[in-house]
Design a protein around this ligand. Structure first.
Ligand code: ADP
Ligand code: ASP
Ligand code: MG
Length: 437
């Protein structure tokens, strides 16, 4: 069985939904994971922000505009009066639910209910469309099998058991459609897998069912060798290993959700990145195969804060690192990059929620400097320790860029450097020009 995930742009209009239907109808049984139509989750965030500020008028205005857009999509998508009415009924139900939050206390629980509506709407619309076309399709409710645990990690045993039970109970369909992104948490409340999380849904389903392949269909022909939003003439990379893809996704390649490679890697399921607008393009194949001796691609992760802890006592002081790490752990703040010297250590974090407390605690062990607005640039490829020349190639490219940190050797697949946000684009371009041209 294959799992096919279509992102927001891929289902962003009635015509795109029709194109997706053509792509998935090849007679093979499959699971189709859909995101919300593009722009919808952003609108739902906007509605929530108004409601947090108790501005029901602001929220109602956005809701009204969004509902009108969907009414037009419904009119265009279905051809029969019967299905146009079914589509409108779906909208009345979903938008009625969204409106029910505008007059009540608004907390993070209500916000998550609102954020879940985009995927509930897109999958409901697509399922109705297939039914209008006479296709045997079944809507698998993600809220009945997708779950995260107390640490916000996927509860893989629960997902496997419940998803398999649902499929066993509902056999005989050609297409199973399900919502990306949304899930329940350990308390049974509606929750989500973070922005961009539909990719993660697809790989978690792939892992739960030991699928033959996971396909991520999006608006570009695979993982490019640099961020196409900032660098011209980037090219798709034909093949990536799981490790290379994981590094790139984690360090900012938006085409993949940061953690979605792991479930595929653990179960050795190939992941293909494909282009809905150009289905014949080769795209990128992510698998256990590692191409030798090459730089594969570059990505950038924004909003990084660097902390330097300098301690006269670090020299020969065992236990110093542990104490530093324990402080980050106590605030549940992951560290991304780390570099050390005899007198100090620099680390980076991408979550400043507890920054002040962390800095206060670190001051017990030395002086602390904080640099905000930094960017991690990740260069992924095959950098086995026996290979020569990669470091010099990379740093030659960067002779004009001030560098705050360098990390090499953490894995054989990543060289990371930390630069100021203002130098990000120049750094990405200089690397592309020198490494790929
Ligand atoms: P979807 O809505 O299908 O999930 P996303 O917007 O999340 O799509 O991801 C696709 C986008 O990722 C592309 O349009 C592109 O702008 C961006 N992107 C960033 N880095 C890369 C990269 N290295 N290769 C391809 N796309 C990238
Ligand atoms: N709709 C969600 C978002 O916009 C999830 C996704 O698209 O993957 O973040
Ligand atoms: Mg995405």
């Amino acid at each position: 069985m294959k799992i096919l995930k279509f992102g927001g742009t891929s289902v962003g209009s009635a015509q795109r939904m029709k194109d997706v239907a053509k792509l998935v109808l090849d007679g093979e049984v499959k699971i189709v994971v859909l995101s919300a139509m593009s722009g919808t989750t952003n609108s739902l965030v906007e509605i929530s922000n108004y409601l947090y500020k108790k501005n029901a008028d602001g929220a109602n205005e956005v809701i009204g505009k969004l509902e009108a857009k969907y009414a037009a999509h419904v009119d265009e998508l279905y051809s029969t009066a019967e299905y146009k009415e079914k589509g409108m009924e779906l909208m009345r139900e979903r938008f009625g639910y969204i409106r029910s939050f505008t007059n009540n206390v608004f907390t993070v629980f209500e916000e998550k209910e609102i954020l879940s509506q985009g995927e509930l709407i897109s999958t409901g619309m697509f399922n109705l469309y297939l039914q209008e076309q006479g296709v045997e399709s079944y809507l698998l409710p993600a809220l009945e099998y997708m779950r995260i645990d107390k640490n916000n990690e996927p509860d893989t045993a629960y997902i496997r058991e419940n998803l398999r039970a649902l499929l066993d109970k509902n056999q005989g369909y050609e297409i199973y459609i399900t919502q990306g992104y949304i899930c329940r948490n350990s308390f049974g409340e509606v929750d989500n897998l973070q922005r961009g999380g539909s990719d993660y849904t697809a790989s978690l389903i792939g892992a739960a069912l030991l699928a033959d392949e996971i396909q991520i269909w999006t608006d570009i022909d695979g993982m490019h060798n640099n961020d196409p939003r900032f660098v011209e003439d980037t090219k798709p990379v034909k093949e990536l290993s799981f490790d290379e893809a994981a590094e790139l996704a984690y360090f900012g390649a938006k085409i993949l959700h940061p953690t979605c490679v792991l479930p595929a890697k653990v179960n050795n399921i190939p992941v293909r990145l494909l282009n809905t607008m150009d289905p014949q393009a080769a795209g990128t194949l992510i698998s256990g195969h590692q191409c030798q001796d090459r730089i594969a691609a570059i990505a950038a992760k924004d909003n990084i804060t660097a902390l330097r802890i300098k301690s006269g006592r670090m020299l020969l002081a065992y236990g110093f690192m542990r104490k530093v790490f324990e402080i980050f752990e106590s605030y549940k703040t992951p560290i991304d990059m780390i570099t050390t010297s005899e007198v100090g250590v620099s680390v980076t974090i991408d979550n400043n929620r507890h920054l002040d407390d962390i800095v206060d605690d670190l001051k017990k062990y030395g002086t602390v400097e904080v640099d905000k607005d930094q960017v991690i640039i990740c260069i992924a490829g095959d950098f086995d320790a026996t290979k020569k020349g990669y470091a010099s190639k990379i740093f030659n490219a960067l002779h004009d860029v001030p560098i705050r940190m360098i990390s090499y050797g953490g894995s054989s697949h990543n060289v990371s450097i930390l630069v100021s946000a203002e130098d990000k684009i120049a750094t990405l371009r200089a690397l592309s020009a020198n490494l790929f041209d």
